[in-house]
Design a protein around this ligand. Structure first.
Ligand SMILES: Cc1cc2nc3c(=O)[nH]c(=O)nc-3n(C[C@H](O)[C@H](O)[C@H](O)COP(=O)(O)O)c2cc1C
Length: 306
């Protein structure tokens, strides 16, 4: 079955599988394992206005159920990314999504505007949800008015489709989704990591230098599925789903909950071949559960959606 293709705003996906932001860098290391052109798209590591070195180490920890990270948006800055990383990715036949971050609204706007000046990027993913940045990125992701405001302002300076990446660290995810939809978002990305913490027993101190970090991996999949399920019933823009995907069955579960494509994060660290393996395995899983295409499965696990 060949029918893995999916069209989303700005993105002609040959299949619905893409690596999630921050878990794939800019693809250089993974390109030594396989042809990045096999992927549906690539979502780049977050870009900020200028270079960021991120948080102090240790900034990654394995827990008994998932991984904690507090990288703190380490990246070379938007100009450098456009100069060196985008041309590298462009050499593969793969849509490129730029992940936009910042500490202030002005920084988000400046980064989006800079990406808009190149014709090499297909869409923006607005990371209003990074829980690990002291300067306050999180407020954008937890306050519907602030989320709507930054979305609206970015839309004003960019012709690129904007996917707003939602934080799960809220009590009402539907309110966040609706607010950014009204503000002009073309799609949603969900979910980012769940705020968590681990304490190192011998030192009786937090394991991460940042104290708290974002939990990712299989442990957060049920949270992601629940949130996508809730949002899909209330919002009409497409959703790129993510959070703990490790198998083609997981991908189908995200589609059934309402995602139109998926991103794979933490699993890339365990198995660098996970994305091509999922692309290979998905047709059989779709067929096994009675679907002739990716499109046919979207939202089919949501009774009220049909
Ligand atoms: C080490 C690490 C770095 C991340 N960096 C970013 C980032 O720069 N921008 C972003 O929007 N999300 C970032 N994320 C969140 C992932 O893109 C993804 O939303 C999250 O990890 C859930 O998916 P997963 O459980 O498959 O990893 C990062 C996650 C990890 C584990």
């Amino acid at each position: 079955m060949k029918n893995l293709a999916m069209d989303l705003p700005g993105l002609n996906l040959k299949n619905p599988i893409m690596p999630a932001s921050g878990c794939f860098g800019f693809g250089r290391e993974y390109s030594e394992f396989y042809d990045l052109g096999e992927l549906g798209a690539v979502i780049m590591k977050a870009a900020t206005g200028s270079e960021r070195f991120g948080n102090n180490t240790p900034r990654v920890a394995e827990t008994s159920s998932g991984m904690l990270n507090a990288i703190g948006l380490q990246n070379p800055g938007v100009e450098k990314i456009i100069e060196t990383e985008v041309p590298f990715l462009e050499s593969f036949n793969v849509p490129i999504i730029a992940n936009v971050a910042g500490s202030t609204v002005e920084e988000y706007i400046a980064v989006a505007e800079t990406f808009n000046q190149t014709d090499k990027v297909n869409a923006l993913e607005l990371n209003i949800s990074c829980p690990n940045v002291k300067e306050g990125g999180i407020q954008f992701g937890t306050d519907p008015d602030m989320a709507a405001n930054v979305t609206r302002l970015v839309k004003q300076v960019s012709n690129l489709p904007v996917y707003v990446k939602l934080s799960p660290n809220v009590s009402d995810i539907v309110a966040m989704a609706k607010a950014v939809e009204v503000a002009g978002a073309d799609g949603l990305s969900m979910i980012n990591t769940l705020s968590g913490m681990q304490i190192h027993l011998p030192s009786k101190r937090p394991l991460l230098a940042n104290k708290t970090g974002g939990l990712s991996g299989a442990a957060i999949k049920p949270v992601a599925i629940r949130m996508i399920y809730e949002v899909k019933q209330q919002v009409s823009i497409p959703i790129i789903g993510m959070g703990g995907i490790t198998s083609a069955e997981d991908v189908l579960e995200f589609l059934l909950a309402g995602a139109s494509a998926v991103a794979v994060g933490t699993a890339n660290f365990h198995n660098p071949f996970i994305c091509p393996e999922l692309i290979e395995a998905l047709p059989e899983v779709l067929y096994k559960y009675g679907f002739s295409s990716v499109e046919a499965a979207i939202g089919k696990g949501v009774p009220s959606y049909g």
